[in-house]
Design a protein around this ligand. Structure first.
Ligand SMILES: *[C@@H]1O[C@H](CO)[C@@H](O)[C@H](O)[C@H]1NC(C)=O
Length: 970
């Protein structure tokens, strides 16, 4: 829930005004524009031109796996160190830091899953002003030009990406404030730094050296020494630097509204530009409420990445939202590339294009006249602190990009099966009776569901890990009742902890010295749901270990195996903080400022929570944790949702590009609040939202406390039937969803994906974001418009065919077809050539379907062939990883024979589930059908054939899903 919504009445007058004045629109004045963020303004004021940086070719050092070279800013003589790594699998890493910083700069820990394996770099040639290096398996090379400094990356003879070609490398080195510049003061600054670090050494156990420090020391040790780096010269540089910066207001202190940021380190920002010749389409850098294809930012603000609790967010603009993934994808018909900017500070991204504003016709004219320039997109990244640490993912295909990015930050965690079912939430289910009544309602109305959710009111005075003694006096009995129906519950556990000496959680965190500190060394306190709250320092591994331990069944009283967790407000949201978040000069473990780690806070909260759930089961059970804030790598810990949307048609529509953008950068488990969080949806909107949500990865209805109740049966029988049908469609496809998630877990491929991922050469698909693919087999074009009579569906693939999954009608591609829709329509198409497994018996929950039989839908391609697969395991433990207990089955149809075999002989799993039906779309009528299994005599199968639709249905093959067999049509 966003700040200032609902019943919570803040003492602060400002909040009352905000609440009373609630018109539907974000209060933009609460959030900074680039101009109001002094570093963004300073960075942006540097215009493209000749770079003041020169690479010192004499300083070049080549080792087995990296190249190091110094860069010097000709204007202020401050030296930087550039490190370049060739990484296995067509990736390059570039790091730029100060050669001799006054103190270490922040380097993001814990996001990469390990040290990426490197490949050998070799110098191919050099002259007075450049060096040519060979990367990877010789497929790529890099030309480094010394003056002005730039780097150009080539594949063969083709330039694919340039770094600093517009001269926008801006690296604000650490310096001492001018008027305090003297030896005496400088030693004071250093001792202040030590003191801040020591704030954290009061904890009972010894403070481990942070990874960042270790890394910084290691890189210090390996620095090549340069004559410029003597102490006295460093001092001189620092004072020069101070001179320049003094002129810029906001460099040493910055005020926004009523908040002053003390900026003890002064200006520390870093920025760099990348040029992508031949590229007109860029994607990614979530989270923004915007189209899938990113727009140019000329004349407006850059896209902002700064995790914020934005009350009533607006659509189609580049404002920051709850989460940040600093990964941008570039795509054209020839290749896909990625830029991963590993920095957790406030970041802005400018996108410019030389073809922006030109019409398609204009571009064609250019082309025909031969005068048009090559299209090019330029991307500029600007972060407030830290270092430049950037990964260039060179593809060349979209799937190579997913694999490359996954090799750095990990893949989507395989969710427990139940979490792919339907979730019923609202703020709030009032008490145990209410939970019971809603739970029973689903049975009475014959609607499957898996999880009921409890929002903040369930806890005793918003003290998380507790239960309201009046409303939820018997949590275990309640959980047991749900467990008996094979259902689960999720309770909210937010990272703001009520400051209350009677609250054990608070007392333990305080006594262990685990709270984030203010710049003055006190425990940081802010306003949030419980009133005055402390914020545990989740960057501290000891704090995280303690937090994880709180999910043990004997620590979290009233919890049991079927209780899972929701982490909300973890941007973190601070109602009375600047931009509704934490002060940037607050201090974390190791003395790092909140400024440095801001976008990582939510990532760590979910990490510690997920780990706690794993630990409570002794490492056996998979966790389920939903988070609102996220960063690169959050896919390893669970699901995300798009935060506090509204019951409006545009919000329904934008849920598609928002989740597609997340999927492209590794986070597949995404959904939007079904029905819209704020406001009351009209029944038509609610029904449409269920139809959309049923085909998005995370499927949860949720609602604000001030909305009227909206359980599916409250809108009349017709609407109830429509909602029931949408949810049942979801459940029938669970085997397919689970298999798609298994692929995502293995490869990093998105579950819900833009069309261009499967059709990378089809330019028509590049800006489509009102339809998408699930896996590579289903195309979904949900109805998202009020009063819709029809939708325009684009079916891609030259020479391919698609089948309407409801009518089984066969359609030829490529084509754009107008499909007439009614209120029951959810346009979904199965790709010709694919095989999809479903479970078509209606049950109470996914767990009840565990041993249900399967139906295979074989959709024949233009050549009369098809293939597909199915992943099966117990649905909730890690036994698939630790004991090989899973089945990965492959189905293929060719030469009129359907064959089932193992796709992965390493796995085996006992299940009684069998195949009850095979439906072949696009098939002629055979004379007879035979089933063959090893060691068993051939048997004849009954079948029916519909001539009109060419649908052949084979009855009761009755083979176990794990068995090998073949069925031939004769
Ligand atoms: C690396 O890129 C080259 C050139 O595009 C491509 O042929 C090769 O398959 C790629 N290798 C990997 C491991 O992705």
């Amino acid at each position: 829930m966003a700040a200032a919504g609902g019943r919570f009445r803040m003492a602060a007058v400002a909040w009352v005004v905000l609440f009373l004045g609630a018109v539907w629109a974000v209060d933009r004045s609460n959030f900074k524009t680039c101009d109001q963020s002094s570093f963004c303004k300073r960075q942006r004021n540097t215009k493209a031109g000749s770079s003041p940086y020169r690479a010192l070719l004499d300083s070049l050092q080549l080792s087995q796996d990296s190249m190091k070279i110094q860069l010097v800013n000709e204007a202020n003589k401050v030296p930087l160190l550039l490190e370049l790594y060739g990484l296995k699998g067509n990736m390059t890493r570039i790091r730029i830091n100060e050669l001799n910083p006054l103190k270490p700069r922040y380097e993001v820990p814990d996001v990469l899953i390990g040290d990426p394996p490197t490949t050998r770099l070799s110098v191919m040639g050099r002259d007075d002003n450049s060096v040519e290096l060979s990367l990877g398996e010789g497929t790529h090379k890099l030309i480094l030009t010394a003056k002005p400094f730039r780097m150009d990356l080539l594949e063969g003879r083709e330039l694919v990406l340039s770094v600093n070609s517009r001269g926008l490398l801006v690296f604000e080195h650490l310096r001492l404030k001018k008027d305090s510049f003297s030896d005496k003061v400088s030693s004071t600054v250093v001792s202040m730094w030590d003191r801040i670090k020591n704030l954290f050494s009061r904890a009972p156990s010894k403070e481990p050296a942070t990874e960042e420090e270790g890394a910084a020391e290691a890189s210090d040790a390996s620095l090549p020494t340069e004559q410029e780096s003597t102490e006295s010269e460093k001092t001189e540089e620092a004072s020069k630097g101070a001179d320049e910066a003094e002129e810029e207001p906001g460099s040493w202190e910055e005020t926004f509204k009523t908040h002053t940021d003390s900026k003890p380190n002064g200006p520390t920002s870093v920025g760099l530009d990348f040029s992508l010749p031949g590229v007109e389409n860029v994607y990614g850098i979530p989270e923004h409420a915007d189209n899938l294809r990113l727009r140019t930012t000329e004349g407006g603000d850059p896209y902002r990445l700064y995790n914020l609790d934005v009350f009533q967010y607006e659509l189609y603009n580049p404002m920051a939202l709850y989460g940040s993934v600093p990964v941008l994808l570039a795509h054209n018909t020839q290749r896909t590339m990625g830029i991963f900017w590993l920095n957790a500070a406030e970041t802005w991204v400018d996108i410019t294009s030389n073809t922006a504003g030109k019409t398609l016709f204009g571009k064609m004219l250019d082309y025909m006249q031969g005068g048009g320039e090559t299209p090019q997109t330029d991307v500029r990244w600007m972060s407030e602190s830290g270092i430049v640490d950037v990964f260039l993912l060179l593809g060349p295909s979209p799937k190579d990009i997913f694999r490359q990015y996954a090799s750095l930050t990990g893949t989507q965690a395989l969710p427990p099966l139940f979490s792919l079912g339907y979730h019923q939430s609202r703020w709030n289910y009032n008490d145990e009776e209410d939970v019971n009544a809603v739970d029973n309602g689903f049975d009475e109305h014959d609607i499957p569901y898996d999880v009921i959710w409890l929002d903040i009111e369930h806890a005793d005075g918003k003290r998380y890990f507790t239960w309201d003694p009046n409303k939820f006096p018997h949590p275990r009995e309640m959980l047991q009742r749900l467990a008996a129906k094979r259902r689960q519950m999720v309770s909210i556990v937010d990272p703001h902890i009520k400051v209350d000496s009677g609250y054990r959680v608070h007392n333990e965190i305080r006594s262990r010295n685990f709270y984030v500190k203010t710049k003055d060394g006190n425990d940081y306190e802010g306003w949030c749901w419980p009133g005055s709250a402390g914020y545990p320092d989740f960057t501290n591994p000891e704090m995280r270990a303690w937090w994880s331990s709180m999910f043990a069944y004997d620590q979290y009283e009233g919890s049991m195996e079927n209780l899972y967790t929701w982490n909300d407000m973890n941007e973190p949201s601070v109602f009375n903080g600047p931009e509704v978040t934490m002060h940037k000069d607050a201090v974390h473990q190791g003395g790092w400022e909140h400024r440095d780690i801001h976008n990582l806070y939510g990532f760590y909260v979910q990490m510690a929570t997920a780990l706690g759930q794993v630990q409570r089961s002794g490492g056996v059970e998979r966790p389920f944790v939903l988070t609102r804030a996220f960063f690169a790598g959050s896919q390893r810990y669970g699901a995300v949702w798009t935060g506090d949307n509204a019951a409006e048609w545009d919000h329904l529509k934008i849920s598609i590009p928002m989740c597609l953008s997340l999927g492209l950068v590794g986070i597949s488990f995404c959904g939007a609040d079904v029905g819209g969080f704020f406001k009351n949806p009209e029944p038509e909107l609610l029904v449409r939202w269920y139809q959309v949500g049923a085909y998005q990865p995370f499927f949860r209805a949720h609602a604000h406390v001030d909305t009227t109740r909206r359980e599916p049966w409250l809108f009349g029988e017709d609407n109830e039937a429509l909602i029931r049908d949408a949810i049942r469609q979801r459940y029938a496809l669970l085997p397919f969803w689970y298999t798609a998630f298994y692929h995502s877990y293995r490869t990093g491929e998105p579950v819900m994906r833009p069309l261009w991922v499967e059709y990378p050469q089809d330019v028509t698909t590049f800006s489509i974001d009102d339809q998408y693919l699930l896996g590579d087999a289903l195309l979904v074009h949900p109805v998202t418009a009020q009063g819709a009579r029809g939708v325009q569906v684009y079916l891609p693939g030259k020479g391919e065919v698609w089948y309407d999954v409801h009518t089984h009608q066969k359609l030829h591609a490529p084509q754009t077809l107008y499909l007439t829709v009614t209120m029951s329509s959810i346009p979904v198409y199965q790709r010709g050539g694919s095989i999809v497994a479903r479970k078509e018996r209606v049950r109470r929950s996914s767990d009840c379907m565990q041993n249900d039989p399967y139906t295979l839908y074989v959709a024949l391609g233009p050549q009369g062939t098809a293939k597909g697969d199915l992943y099966v395991d117990d649905g909730h433990t890690y036994n698939f990883e630790t004991k090989g207990q899973y089945l990965h089955r492959r189905f293929s149809f060719s030469g009129n024979t359907l064959t089932a075999s193992s796709a992965d002989p390493k796995g085996s799993y006992e299940t009684s589930a069998w195949i009850e039906r095979v439906v072949i779309l696009g098939a002629g009528k055979p004379a007879a059908v035979f089933l063959k299994q090893a060691g068993v005599a051939e048997t004849r199968l009954d079948f029916t054939h519909e001539a009109e639709t060419s649908v052949l249905t084979l009855r009761k093959p009755a083979v176990n899903i794990g068995a090998d067999w073949s069925i031939s049509l004769r």
